[in-house]
Design a protein around this ligand. Structure first.
Ligand code: XBP
Ligand code: MG
Length: 251
């Protein structure tokens, strides 16, 4: 039986519901740059179809404003956005999603590696882990595949392929946790089984290829809702559930 050796976590929307903080940081950077842009929740929900902050800004200029993205120093604008995001994240008032801390603790007790495969910038990952976890980032996530470390962002498979290379493990011994279709397609492209926990921005997306689709990982006092895949015998995702999910998805 393929033994689960590693869990590869997406960050935004999976570890924590961070996209409202990203949206606030984007809008703050736009205002400071003297741009009369404001990304509403509705517009941001559409723009999230493009992963990567710099790519999202360029897409917005080209496809929504019909302007040449080359006319703006997007890296500088994005750098200021990231600075605002990091500072706000550092206030430590954004919680992890339900069950994340419990599952990571259980994985570590079972000597199962936890890693990161994300489109967001590495600085944002570090800021989130430092704000939301007690332990040092290298003790929780020994490897991190993030942002511009790869040439092609999600839904391309690059970032999950990099995570697998860093782990030196075959996809059959790992499972991906994601929140979006872009993330699901990226994980599947790398040959991984993928568990989806939906959120407000992604709840209407197509997760047909997922091994299971849940409301969240669940907790002892707030069971998760299962929309697709094996039911949760204990109302929450634990290592045994992930192991069974992996075996079932490899059949
Ligand atoms: C989500 C993204 C990121 C964030 C913004 O990443 O697509 O672009 O929205 O962060 P994931 P940056 O779900 O893969 O964690 O501005 O740093 O890109
Ligand atoms: Mg995500």
């Amino acid at each position: 039986m393929a033994a689960l050796r590693a869990i590869i976590f997406d960050v935004d929307g999976t570890l924590a519901d961070t996209e409202e903080l990203h949206r606030w940081a984007f809008n703050k950077a736009f205002a400071e740059a003297g741009l009369d842009w404001h990304w509403s929740k509705a517009l941001y929900g559409v723009l999230l179809g493009v992963t990567g902050g710099k790519e999202r800004i360029a897409h917005f200029m080209r496809d929504h404003l019909h302007e040449d993205p080359g006319g703006l120093d997007i890296p500088a604008l994005h750098k200021n956005k990231t600075a605002h995001y990091k500072r706000a994240m550092g206030r430590g008032d954004l919680p992890l999603r339900p069950g994340i801390e419990r599952l990571i603790g259980e994985a570590r007790d079972h000597n199962i590696l936890c890693t990161i495969a994300t489109t967001t910038s590495p600085a944002n990952v570090i800021a989130l882990v430092e704000a939301c976890f007690e332990d040092r980032i290298e003790d929780i996530f020994p490897v991190i595949a993030a942002g511009d470390m790869v040439d092609h962002k999600k839904p391309a498979a690059d970032v999950y392929q990099l995570a697998l290379e860093q782990l030196n493990l075959p996809p059959a011994q790992c499972i991906a946790l994601e929140d979006s279709r872009n993330g699901l397609l990226s994980a599947k492209g790398a040959g991984l089984s993928c568990l989806i926990t939906k959120n407000e921005y992604t709840k209407g997306q197509d997760f047909s290829e997922a091994a299971a689709v849940l409301s969240d990982l669940g907790s002892l006092d707030a069971p998760a809702r299962c929309y697709r895949g094996p039911l949760l015998p204990e109302g929450h995702v634990n290592i045994a559930y992930l192991q069974n999910l992996l075996v079932a998805s490899l059949k």
